[in-house]
Each structure stands twice: as C-alpha cells, then as structure tokens.
Design a protein around this ligand. Structure first.
Ligand code: PGA
Length: 257
C-alpha cells in the first residue's frame, strides 16, 4: 500500500479547506478512485476537520489531523484529544512534524505519548523524523534519525488493524522545492527499517510503513516511489494544488500496482 498524504499546514481557512477537499475528491474520483493500491489522505487544520470530514465521507479520500494531545479529556487548554479526532472521522494524524519540533518545542517524549494515544484510538500516527542541515553536515544524520524513531515508537506495538507510518523528512529540505535524491531517501528508509527491526516484533513491524517527505511534487514523486523501500509521500506545498495532487495520486496508484 502506497500512502499519499497532503499536509495543508496552516495555509487555508475553513472555506478554502472545504473547497480543496471537495476538489481533491472530485479529481481523484475522476482520475483513479478505486485503484486499490494507493491511499490518499488529506490533513487540514483542526478547525476545518469537520467540514472536510463531510466532504470526504463515503469517498476513497481519508482524513487526517496535523497534531493531537495525548489525553482523552481534561484541563489542557488549546489542545485536541485523539477521542475528538476519532469522532470527527480522522483515520490518520501527523505527529512530531519538524515545524512543531522547531517552533513549539515538541520533544521525542511528547511525540511518543501522542503515538501511543493515537494507537489506543486506532488512528494511524504519521510520525515525522528527520535531521537538520547542521546535523547532516556534522555526520550525525543517521544517529539523529535512529534516536527519533526509537523514542517515538517506544512501547508502541500495533495490533489488529492498527498501523504506524514513519515519515522521513530531512528538515532542511521542507518547503525548499529541492528534494533529496531518491537514492539518498531510500538509504534513510533502509536505516529506519533497521531501527524498526530492533525495536518492534515482526508482527508489529508488518504494520509499519516508511514514507518520504520534503519537496515532493508531481515531477519527482515517481522517482521516489520507484525505490521499493519508499512506501509513499508526505506532501506539503504541492498538496495545496488540487490538479497536481490528483496527478500525484495517480502516480502513486500506478506505482502500487
Ligand atoms: P513540502 O512540505 O512538501 O512543502 O516540502 C513537506 C512537509 O512539511 O511535510
């Protein structure tokens, strides 16, 4: 299964999000809905989840959130619970995105709590990991990413229908329009798979996928998906362009065959 995940970040208001969700559904229905190998996920901001949930209901497009808190209920001002996300129809949730790590001080420990909370509600965490440019230049790329994977998935053990997606996103590439080479990404995917082998039992590992994120667009997606080890993409900027995103969904479906 190939996952194509659109991360809309804080780019759209509620009306714009609803319109984009409807457009993605319309184009994907026209271009390839029902192609079983690719799952298309849109991740609007929290305030647009309800309207987007209505737009994708009964369609092959799935809904995801961009963040979550780890408790179901309580005095946690400004947060949203996994229980609420579930009630809104979210099947996926991004956690540990580098923008949250950078601007909001999100730590590996927080990411881990969010992963465990999402699994309790059968929501698939899309766990972002990736090194900074400085870390890469200092030769710390592998150690940083392995440590993030280990910490994020500590005590996680998906069973039944539960799934975990790890998104390798080199932080210095996000939003630049210049992706790393597919071979570079594939090397990191293998490294992440190796880390998963160390921390998860075989059964749990089968429920994990690793995808690439960072400046993915309709031009370079096929190159990434040509690498067997890359099982999808997390897309920022290009996911806001409905025609381009639908083309990417088509490419993902073709790669999945
Ligand atoms: P980008 O963002 O595709 O705009 O580089 C990716 C992401 O932040 O997940």
């Amino acid at each position: 299964m190939i996952h194509l995940v659109g991360n809309w970040k804080m780019q759209l208001n509620e009306t714009e999000s609803e319109a984009l969700a409807k457009e993605v559904v319309r184009l994907w229905a026209a271009q390839g809905a029902g192609k079983p190998g690719a799952t298309v996920v849109i991740c609007p901001s929290h305030m647009a989840l309800e309207e987007c949930a209505k737009a994708v209901k009964g369609t092959p497009v799935a809904l995801g959130a961009q963040d979550v808190f780890w408790e179901d209920k309580g005095a946690f001002t400004g947060e949203i619970s996994p229980k609420t996300l579930k009630e809104l129809g979210c099947e996926y949730c991004i956690v540990g995105h580098s923008e949250r790590r950078q601007h909001l001080g999100e730590t590996d420990d927080m990411v881990n709590k969010k992963v465990l909370a999402l699994l309790r509600h059968d929501i698939t965490p899309i766990v972002c990991v990736g090194e900074t440019f400085e870390e890469r230049n200092a030769g710390k790329r592998d150690a940083v990413v392995i440590a993030q994977v280990r910490a994020a998935l500590a005590n996680a053990s998906p069973v039944g229908n539960q799934r975990i997606i790890v998104a390798y996103e080199p932080r210095w590439v996000i939003g630049t329009g210049k992706a790393v080479a597919p071979q570079d990404a594939a090397e990191m995917h293998l490294l992440i798979r190796g880390a998963l082998e160390e921390i998860l039992a075989a059964e749990a590992r089968e429920r994990c996928s690793v995808i690439y994120g960072g400046a993915v667009d309709a031009k370079n997606l096929a190159g990434f998906l040509a690498m067997d080890v890359i099982q999808g993409a997390l897309v920022g900027g290009a996911s806001l362009k409905p025609q381009e995103f639908a083309t990417m969904a088509e490419i993902a479906a073709d790669a999945a065959r």
